[in-house]
Ligand binder design. Structure first.
Ligand code: 8YV
Length: 316
């Protein structure tokens, strides 16, 4: 088969099996490990015209430069914070991601983490399983979700979906963005410290990337306060993880529900023994339904590109 009939592409890192299977039907697929020596890619791989990657791997400038015929990067993720988009743009490389198809599942998990954290669901489950309840143990009284002031950090697609889910129970929904949104009923708080101080729950739903690095710092955590809870379904790097661990250890915040971490899959050791913390292994979009939808969207973008048609969800 010619290059035109089965264009050569790179599968960058371990991809969702269904996606790999479908790619192999369409393309000549070269699997490249995320930590591969890019300077040593064999000639057939260097012929790749597209690269498929995902949130935690992305595509660096070096990866793009190692593939001189690269035309397009298809991401199996909505987050593209690990892609050097400026380098892609400067080199005429298109980039697509998978927005919208995963919004509901990520928002569902955020709400689930919120309830699990505030109502101590994971700790109480462990208490029952350990036999402590049967031996007369009494679980501590919890906080409550209903009536609480929900602060959304980053009112984008996912932030709005979370807010919509919590509208019926929240005492108030407020948000903090770089700029005020025009089409929303929620209260905008321009100053991040005022925002944290006005929230009982702070849900991190903003995009990742260098401009958001450690946005939630000690000052914000202290403003959230000893009855405050933080939930993160965005990127671990948006929170100063060391500062959060210290605030949790000192009970300067009441709890945390975390689906993402600064150095995945590694989680700070101290968090593993904290009963007021609920941990998830980056499961936001990890449903059968949504992972297939994400894969189909990656494939649709690749098919469009190689058919000379308009990309469905371009980032660059
Ligand atoms: C992961 C995500 O990319 O969409 C994103 O940005 O963080 C997740 O959907 C997904 O788990 C694939 O690794």
């Amino acid at each position: 088969m010619t290059d035109a009939q089965r264009p050569p592409i790179v599968a960058y890192g371990p991809l969702y099996p269904y996606l790999t299977q479908q790619l192999e039907r369409r393309f000549t697929v070269h699997a490249v490990a995320a930590d591969a020596d890019l300077a040593a890619l064999p000639p057939p791989v260097r012929e790749a015209r597209a690269l498929v990657s995902f949130g935690s791997v992305g595509a660096s400038a070096a990866a793009m430069d190692a593939l001189p015929r690269l035309e397009m990067i298809g991401l199996f993720s909505v987050g593209y914070d690990k892609v050097d988009v400026d380098h892609a743009r400067a080199n005429g490389i298109r980039v697509t991601n998978t927005p919208d198809v995963l919004t509901d599942d990520v928002a569902d998990l955020a709400v689930g983490l919120l309830y699990a954290t505030i109502r101590n669901i994971a700790a109480n489950d462990r208490m029952v399983r350990s036999g402590a309840w049967a031996r007369g143990g009494k679980p501590p009284l919890s906080g409550r979700v209903t009536g609480s002031r929900i602060g959304i950090l980053g009112l984008g697609r996912i932030g709005r979906a979370i807010a919509k889910r919590l509208e019926p129970v929240a005492g108030e929904i407020l948000y903090h963005n770089r700029r005020e949104a025009v089409d929303t009923p929620y209260r905008y708080v321009a100053d991040p410290i005022d925002f944290a101080r006005a929230s009982d729950v702070l849900i991190v739903a903003t995009s990742g990337g260098p401009e958001a690095a450690k946005l939630v710092d000690t000052a914000m955590l202290d403003a959230l306060g000893p009855e405050g809870v933080i939930v993160n379904i965005s990127r671990g790097g948006v929170i100063d993880e060391e500062a959060m661990v210290a605030a949790l250890a000192d009970k300067r915040i009441a709890g945390a529900g975390l689906d993402v971490f600064a150095h995945e899959p590694h989680v700070p050791e101290a968090l593993l023994t904290m009963d007021h913390v609920v941990l998830q292994p980056h499961q936001g979009s990890a449903t059968v339904h949504t992972r297939k939808a994400m894969a189909d969207l990656v494939l649709a973008n690749l098919d469009a590109w190689f058919a000379g048609e308009k990309l469905l969800t371009p980032v660059v």
